[in-house]
Design a protein. Structure first.
Length: 371
């Protein structure tokens, strides 16, 4: 890999950004960091990365605009996008417009706007290298193959904090119980989404767009050990899987250095665990949110934006003690059935769908809590 390859890190003060900078330092990577961004932690950002790198604090309107301009006109080769949430959408669009490589950790981009962003990437020749462990696994298994070679994609799921919780007690689940994940250390919303398996619903939508495969061909298995991160089943019956510990450093390292594999100090899979790997079909009664992923992926258009917004509002209400755990999926399904499927010609339409879904769920919540 040429030392002239230049890297931009969006969300540099967040989990993905800080891990990426550690990886670059520890592995003596030839990548040159030329720009860093954060939303609010400007003081922390100034201490990160090489001193010559440009820095942008996007909570300041002029800096937000300057970063968008840099992404469209600046001198860089790869952008690692670690911004969280819908706020990352315009930056995804800006990178894809240039035809550069996008190492994408901002899953909301494709969940909310896959119908808009994937055609843009195809038009400009931009390559999206996913950072989510599941999609990174599929991407790696697909090297040298094409969509027409695939029979099924198999997404694996840990099953979340409540995978063994008595079904009859799910209505009384507390936020603390839903946040007690057995394998991963993540933020509150994604940990709750892991418990409901809404995170896997979003990954179905993301996989639908990333790999251009029909939603029914995307399958889900509960894999408690979180070692096999996902699998690809090919037309000839062969299965390829990518294995590794539950550590985001591995897919980050792969994505920013793609298409090469460079030496790193990261530790891989312990072969002694092969005898301990298990797989189960997900229980649809335990995980009613899962079906919403296939539903939204088939509906297309604004469906992902509606589902994402509804889930964000519903999970916040659950964590605040305003609704029961099981109400999360019910609210999200209501929003999707009432509002999903409209076309999204631009990001304005995506944001409008996001807001309408938030208002819709908020109205349902006010009706519920006022009784």
């Amino acid at each position: 890999m040429s030392s002239s390859r230049r890297l931009v890190i969006l969300g540099a003060t967040g989990t993905v950004g800080t891990q990426a900078l550690s990886i670059l330092e520890e592995s003596s990577s030839p990548l040159e960091v030329v720009a860093l961004s954060c939303h609010q932690q400007g003081g922390k950002l100034e201490k990160m990365g090489p001193p010559q790198a440009q820095r942008f604090q996007t909570s300041q309107p002029d800096q937000h605009a300057a970063l968008l301009a840099y992404l469209e006109q600046g001198d860089y080769d790869v952008c690692l996008h670690g911004i969280v949430g819908a706020a990352g959408l315009p930056f995804t669009e800006a990178v894809l417009k240039t035809g550069r490589t996008l190492a994408l950790a901002n899953k909301e981009s494709l969940v909310m706007a896959g119908d808009l962003l994937m055609p843009l990437a195809r038009k400009t020749g931009a390559e999206i290298v996913p950072v989510d462990s599941e999609h990174s696994a599929i991407f790696q298994c697909m090297v040298g193959a094409s969509q027409k070679d695939v029979r099924h994609l198999w997404l694996t799921a840990s099953g979340g904090a409540l995978r063994d919780f008595p079904m009859q007690d799910l209505a009384r689940v507390t936020p603390a119980q839903a946040l007690d994940h057995p394998n991963w250390d993540m933020g509150p919303r994604i940990t709750v989404d892991s418990a409901t398996m809404m995170n896997k619903a979003f990954e179905i939508i993301e996989a639908r767009f990333l790999f251009d495969i029909a939603a029914p061909e995307i399958k889900v298995l509960v894999h408690r050990q979180s070692v096999i991160h996902s699998m690809v089943e090919f037309l000839d019956g062969s299965m390829l899987a990518q294995l590794g510990p539950p550590d985001m450093s591995l897919p980050i390292h792969y994505a920013i250095h793609y298409p090469e594999r460079l030496t790193s100090p990261l530790q891989g899979f312990d072969a002694q665990m092969f005898s301990k790997l298990t797989f189960e079909e997900p229980d649809v009664a335990r995980y009613p949110a899962l079906k919403l992923g296939w539903m939204a992926a088939e509906m297309g258009g604004n469906s992902g934006a509606v589902l994402n917004a509804a889930d964000e509002v519903a999970v916040a209400a659950f964590l605040a003690g305003e609704i029961s755990y099981q109400k999360i999926a019910e609210l999200c399904q209501a929003a999707l059935e009432n509002m999903g499927g409209d076309p999204i010609p631009n990001l304005t339409a995506v944001y409008a769908a996001d807001q309408r879904a938030r208002d819709f769920v908020a109205d349902l919540l006010s009706t519920t809590t006022s009784r």
